[in-house]
Design a binder for this molecule. Structure first.
Ligand code: PGA
Length: 250
């Protein structure tokens, strides 16, 4: 039985003060969340604060990005080992904002995925199609290409140590959620594609949905058989809303 996982992606929001306040509020309410794994991914500069506040709680934390190189002259980059040193359990890899705004392609994403796994981080590997691609009937082809980049680079066993997040780009930050049926269809496709390489790994893979998840639509999404939780952007910046989403997954 796959456990549900809810991850907050705070993107580049907040200040030191607001991040501390948000963590305090989530900590205070987390007791009501029983069976769901919960994690937050703050801006990397706040990881020290977040580690101090969340150590010893059931809430895990992670980063939103990492460098594809282990160390060296890469000005401005953060390595997987540095993230580990700050207690990160997760790291988001291949988010569509990084693909679209910072030119991250499938090969770079696959290298980041491999390095995350090698360092003992759990990559949350984002895939998803643009609106034009969906309208052209290319959703599965796009998701397959993104998935295969990691499968070809690292092999299926690397998928055992990661989480996949299906995030249709047209649903991110737009208020337009995929219907539970639309999401389920792609989740089942992803699972089947991994299962073709290894049935056990496919069956055990946590596949999160992301894209305008909120408390009001979370339960119907999480009820679908292949949706194992969510990657939550905007709604994760509000503790009450985020905790309600966590509860909906339980
Ligand atoms: P959203 O973002 O929930 O604000 O749509 C999701 C994401 O980008 O991970």
């Amino acid at each position: 039985m796959r456990q549900k996982l809810i991850v907050g992606n705070w993107k580049m929001h907040g200040s030191r003060a607001s991040v501390n306040a948000l963590i305090a509020d989530i900590r205070q309410g987390i007791a009501i969340v029983k069976t769901t794994q919960v994690a937050v991914c703050p801006p990397v500069i706040f990881l020290g604060d977040v580690e101090a506040l969340l150590k010893g709680t059931p809430i895990a934390w992670g980063a939103q990005n990492l460098c594809d190189q282990p160390s060296g002259a890469y000005t401005g980059e953060i390595s997987a080992d540095m993230l580990r040193e700050f207690g990160c359990r997760y790291v988001i890899v291949g988010h569509s904002e990084r693909r679209a705004l910072y030119g991250e392609g499938d090969v770079l994403v696959a290298r980041k995925y491999a390095l995350a796994v090698k360092s003992g981080l759990i990559p949350i590997f984002c895939v998803g199609e643009l609106l034009a691609e969906r309208e052209a009937g290319q959703t599965e082809a796009v998701v397959a290409r993104q998935l295969d980049a990691v499968l070809n680079h690292s092999g299926v066993t690397a998928l055992q140590q990661g989480v996949v997040a299906y995030e249709p780009v047209w649903a991110i930050g737009t208020g337009k959620t995929a219907t539970p049926e639309q999401a389920q269809q792609v989740h089942a496709f992803i699972r089947e594609r991994v299962a073709r390489h290894d049935a056990t790994i496919g069956a055990g893979l946590q596949i999160l949905y992301g894209g305008s998840v909120k408390a009001a639509n979370a339960a119907e999404l999480f009820r679908m058989p292949d949706i194992d939780g969510g990657l939550i952007g905007g709604a994760s910046l509000n503790a009450v809303e985020f905790l309600a989403i966590c509860q909906a997954a339980g």
